[in-house]
Ligand binder design. Sequence first.
Ligand SMILES: [Zn+2]
Ligand SMILES: [Zn+2]
Length: 143
Amino acid sequence: MAGDSKLKGGCLCGAVRYELAAEPVMTGICHCLNCQKLSGSGHAFHIMVPEAAFSVCGTTKGYTWAADSGSKVTTSFCGECGSPMFGRTGSFPGMVTVRAASLDDPTAVKPQVRVFAKRQQPWDHADPALPAFPTMPPAENRA
Ligand SMILES: [Zn+2]
Ligand SMILES: [Zn+2]
């Protein structure tokens, strides 16, 4: 995550574009069942940036649900092509969680941890060097 070039991304059809004016404060892979459902895959790779550093161009649709913790989670996606790109959770107010795979250059970022590892599918292989938490890390480890 070195360098000062802005991270940019968008959806598959190009109707929605976004920019990050700051480096991610936290990055991680999530194996939770909602991330599996939303990605159609074994996990999502999220990078978290402050709301003030996030700008979006284009119209998104959103879906909000209540997480097990009780906090509300919203996922934002393109209404044309359906690509999920970013979201917000009440657990991290003032932050936007961007889906790293929606970046123009996803190799520009690296995951720091894995969360909800207890939900990991047997066919979803992960880097054993990454610290893994069965659910979320303890609160004192959060940003
Ligand atoms: Zn689109
Ligand atoms: Zn998740």
